[in-house]
Design a protein around this ligand. Sequence first.
Ligand code: UD1
Length: 423
Amino acid sequence: MDYLQIKKTNPLHGEIKISGAKNAALPLIAMTILAKNRVTIKNLPHVADIKTLLKLLSNLGAGCVSEWGEEASTTIDTRTLTQTKATYDIVRTMRASILVLGPILARFGHCEVSLPGGCAIGQRPVDLHLKALEQMGAVINIEAGYIHAIAPEGLHGCNIIFDKITVTGTANIVMAAALAKGVTTITNAAREPEVVQLCEILNASGVKIEGIATAILTIHGTNGALLEIEPFSVIPDRIEAGTYLCAGAITRSELTLKNANAKHLGAVLSKLEEMGSKFTITENSITIHPSEVIKHVKIVTQEYPAFPTDMQAQFLALATQADGTSIIEERLFENRFMHVSELQRMGADISLNGNIATVNGKSKLSGTDVMATDLRASSALVLAGLVADGVTSVHRIYHLDRGYDSLEKKLQAVGADIQRLRE
Ligand code: UD1
């Protein structure tokens, strides 16, 4: 198994190119199930989760031809797709596999997806996805760990009100509604940029969608007609960008992120500003001008456009280097503080009370062996390692590889002493 070895370095400097967003690319790959043509997707991130979903589509019979060079892209042909079952061996490695449920059901009238099961950051049920599909006419049974969904008469439009805002739930239902008969309204829809891109591409492919980027989406289904989808590029990864901005802030380094969209990072930039950083922003780049003294902060994670839960762990690492007491409240996932005990082992002064972390800074961190527990927790440990004395070894980085494209190479290129080694 690989691990990352990090040594404290002098300030970093230079440019980092941000990859395409994993969480945008996943629903967009699933969306190709609705196409009647071969679809080319550009600016794909080179990460394990993307390969997992492409493998799932290949197992179902789709043709996937991918290029993993500097400008990674894939061309997916789902015209040959015949299987409709997403099996446990794939779904257990990536919960987002549930994204094929809506499009397969809409296109074939039946689908089986393994229940995703537990997850390090909380229960993460899919009940809202299923309830909405039932409202659209699907009959759903859970048998032997599988969701069996059938819609012999096809799916029909209806009014769906999500009890909670769900990102993949919204994406799943938007894709199901795209081929449904009639109009579907989703109230309390997710407004994340990744959901917005999915809606925009569907809209450009013949599915009229009103209310894009708002909490109420109205989707005019095509009544089974498959879509002609033109080539497109995945939006930049706002979480990857946010992580490297934290790397700049924690190491007090001026870094420029290329292919980054500051418009998607409002809450993250504003918290970094509160902590003392300044920014130069262009259409597709962000330069961080960090402050020598990092100020303490109060953060509450919420749905977009509020502060993202996917940046909570990285800010927690940053808060260990801030002067004073920071309060970080996690509102989306009940168990998303697994990185706290690892940061404590490095010398951080953090106390946990339910879903609220109190971080007393500034702590002197010391490198040691630490264990990554989930994707974003992994990057928080890397950030801590950049400023810890001695050597930090981050183990179980298969979590990190699920969502960060070439993290150690990107950090090496700006001067970090970080290496991928074998256990
Ligand atoms: C997506 C992102 C993930 C991010 C999360 C929150 C992808 C592939 N993943 O995950 O990186 O951390 O949004 O921004 O895009 N819930 C239910 N029932 C459901 C669905 C969700 O109770 O049927 C709850 C969840 O347990 C959680 C909350 O709703 O507490 C939000 O979850 P959701 O937005 O669905 O997260 P994901 O789409 O899985």
